[in-house]
Unconditional design. Structure first.
Length: 249
């Protein structure tokens, strides 16, 4: 038997195996996409329960790297156009937010910010993991700083990866992770050696809207070659309750 015939026989034997593997991959991808769509529908339908005439009170707990924590009572409402609006309650002290970047840190999950058909990139026994567009952008006052936000955003988009985890069992969003695989320079004087943001999702109460239950952030790097950047924070959202509130414009 010639070498050509041997190779031909082997290739014909392998083809059915490859076809079966491709079919299994296709079935898995279809199942994952259906699960994603179901999770997205849950977000949309449960968000619709929060009418403009109602609000959600909650407590935001910001944990410092030192172990200290600060609690802030807040009220969340939706405007008539569906935009999220958060105000302080009582005499709570507003925690000063980090500046320089817009984080995907709205409390309610907004289905409009997620793609219709994200790419499936990984699978475990209990979850599917999808690649989605990065939701982090520059928020730098270019009237004060000589910075081109468009260039910074382009570098962020190319350097950062965002992954959404969906549960196979409950068909819901579990978490959103945005991270850098290697060091990068969003601006000429800034070098980021580590960038990691993770949002864990959950429900306010049974059959209630889906929200961010916790957000952890870690950013490390340097500025102007001699200033060290080492920022980390962990924020939790607790004690959700539906309350009546005058509708917002």
């Amino acid at each position: 038997m010639t070498l050509y015939k041997i190779l031909l026989i082997l290739s014909l034997a392998v083809m059915p195996i490859m076809a079966a593997e491709n079919k299994n991959e296709s079935i898995a991808t279809t199942a994952a996409q259906l699960a994603y769509q179901q999770a997205l529908l849950k977000v949309e339908s449960d968000r619709a329960l929060l009418l403009a005439s109602k609000s959600i009170s909650f407590v935001e707990v910001h944990e410092e790297p030192t172990g200290e924590s600060k609690s802030t009572a807040k009220l969340l409402s939706l405007t008539s156009s569906g935009e999220e609006h958060i105000t302080l309650l009582d005499n709570s002290t507003q925690h000063e937010a980090q500046t320089g970047l817009n984080w995907e840190s709205s409390l309610l999950i907004n289905s409009a910010r997620f793609p219709d058909n994200p790419a499936l990139i990984n699978e475990t026994e209990t979850t599917w993991i999808f690649h989605i567009p990065t939701m982090v952008s520059a928020d730098i006052d270019d009237t004060v700083e000589q910075v081109d936000n468009k260039k910074v955003n382009a570098r962020l988009m190319s350097a950062l990866t965002s992954e959404l985890t969906v549960s196979k069992q409950s068909l819901r969003f579990v978490s959103l992770k945005t991270y850098s695989k290697q060091a990068f320079k969003p601006e000429s004087l800034v070098k980021i050696s580590k960038f990691h943001v993770k949002i864990d999702y959950g429900q306010t109460w049974p059959d209630g809207p889906w929200v961010a239950k916790s957000i952890s952030r870690v950013v490390k790097g340097s500025y102007a070659f001699f200033m060290t950047v080492d920022e980390s924070s962990n924020t939790k959202f607790l004690d959700f309750r539906m309350v009546k509130q005058p509708s917002l414009p």
